[in-house]
Design a protein around this ligand. Structure first.
Ligand code: GLY
Ligand code: MN
Ligand code: MN
Length: 451
């Protein structure tokens, strides 16, 4: 990970300042870094920093803690980090150490992580609340709660112990919901590379290739850009497209099947989340076309709802209505559309939501409802729009021509003053455009083989 630039450091500092203004001088904010996790025996999973910690610090190492202490004279931003250790660094990689935390990451004071418990009592003294999400990192929970207990025991003589732990939902996560210009630059990049990866998959897919080979094409494009998948890629052909979280990706592609790909790359902590569904053989069959056009109509109608001030529940309501009307027209459901929606009959074929916040986490933070009601959209929010229809194989009472057809179409959409901006428009989704792209790819492939 390259060191943060001056612009990055200014951005992280602005985020911390904003959070400290929100919580006020009575609070102290404690945010731990992620820990390394064992994959098997002495092999670790690839390290991914905790999103909250990364958002506030840009510090890339495990075993660290950020403390924000508003109003503190000796410095409001502290980092506790792993100590330098020449021998371990030969085996496991570079460490910033406390000096690097100050020099390169903008900490006003830095200590080694083993000094955390020792420093904590004085940091907590006089604070009313600790903004800290209990339950995520049990080792840190134990250190912090032990310290609070210690202060409570001594409090008859000294300062009172903080009265409350506050989860970061209402403060930091609301801040993360509205993306800054800096964040949008990174999200746009993640979306552009991910769109290229989907194009590459469309060009590559054909009968007798395998789902994992298509996944490899996608991941190759991510890695060429120094990126990783932001979540487990779903590459499901035929019936597999009807399994929502299908990740085996090991089947052979056959002519006549649809291939559903849900994959997004992560750039500097920000992920894209794109789904396309296209025919392995290059042409949608009649029934596939009918389902696909319906899902596309629902998606376009839902996207149009992402305008500032609109109720954020609207995209799902609109998509559900379009899909349910279509399901009745196709004979998948029968009855009155309002009644079918009221009784949730549509969930037999459309069982998930229409979108979620997107950012550092694929299912990003930020509340969906305020005071029990869907919150209104505001500029800077990024949401996916991803309706689908899934007719499981063997669905009773359904024309067999639809069996095993699963379609989802997913784009990432930024809410702007001027309306919805689709950040993932680089991957075609109109049937004619998808088929033309696949035809062209085959022609190029045939020409290369003939040459
Ligand atoms: N890829 C996860 C989702 O679409 O929500
Ligand atoms: Mn997705
Ligand atoms: Mn999604």
């Amino acid at each position: 990970m390259p060191l943060p630039t001056a612009a990055d450091l200014a951005e992280y500092a602005a985020r911390r300042t904003r959070l400290m203004q929100t919580v006020g001088d009575g609070d102290i904010v404690i945010v731990p870094a992620a820990r390394e996790t064992v994959r098997n025996r002495d092999v670790h999973h690839r390290f991914r920093q905790d999103s909250d910690f990364w958002y506030l610090t840009g510090f890339p190492e495990p075993d660290a803690i950020a403390v924000l202490a508003p109003g503190r004279k000796q410095g409001t931003y502290l980092l506790f980090v792993r100590p330098r250790n020449p021998e371990r660094e030969i085996w496991d990689g570079r460490r910033a150490g406390p000096e690097g935390a100050v020099r390169d990451y903008g900490a006003e004071q830095a200590f080694t992580i083993d000094q955390f418990a020792e420093q904590l009592p004085q940091l907590l003294a006089g604070r009313e609340r600790i903004d800290y999400t209990l339950g995520e990192y049990p080792v840190r929970d134990a250190e912090i709660t032990a310290c609070v207990r210690q202060i409570r025991e001594l409090s008859r003589r000294g300062p009172a112990a903080p009265a409350a732990f506050v989860a970061l939902e209402a403060t930091l996560h609301e801040q993360r919901l509205i993306k800054s210009a800096h964040e949008l630059g990174q999200i746009r990049h993640a979306c552009a590379v991910s769109a290229r990866a989907h194009l590459r998959a469309m060009r590559y897919a054909r009968p007798s290739r395998h789902e994992y080979q298509v996944a490899a094409e996608i991941h190759h494009e991510f890695e060429l850009a120094g990126m990783q998948p932001g979540y487990g890629s779903i590459v499901g052909a035929g019936d597999n497209a009807c399994i929502l979280h299908y990740v085996e990706n090991d089947a052979e592609l056959r002519d006549g099947q649809l291939l559903l790909i849900d994959a997004g790359g992560e750039y500097r902590g920000y992920t894209a989340d794109i789904t396309r569904t296209f025919p392995v053989g290059g042409r949608y069959s009649g029934p596939q076309r009918e389902i696909y056009e319906l899902v596309l109509a629902a998606q376009l109608a839902a996207i149009a709802e992402l305008k500032p001030g609109n109720d954020s529940g609207r995209p799902h309501q609109v998509a559900t209505r379009v899909l349910t009307e279509g399901m009745v027209a196709l004979g998948l459901l029968s009855g009155d559309v309002d009644e079918l929606i009221r009784t949730e009959a549509h969930k037999r074929f459309y069982m998930h939501g229409t979108g979620h916040w997107l950012g550092m986490d694929v299912h990003d933070v930020g509340r969906y409802r305020l005071a029990g009601k869907h919150r209104p959209f505001a500029p800077g929010m990024v949401m996916t729009v991803e309706p689908g229809l899934y007719v499981a194989p063997g669905s009773q009472g359904v024309d067999p021509c639809f069996h095993g057809i699963g379609v989802r179409i997913e784009d990432d959409v930024l809410v702007t003053e001027g309306g919805p901006e689709v950040l993932t428009a680089g991957v075609p989704k109109a049937i004619a455009e998808v088929e033309a792209l696949m035809r062209e790819a085959r022609r190029d492939g045939d020409a290369r083989r003939a040459a």
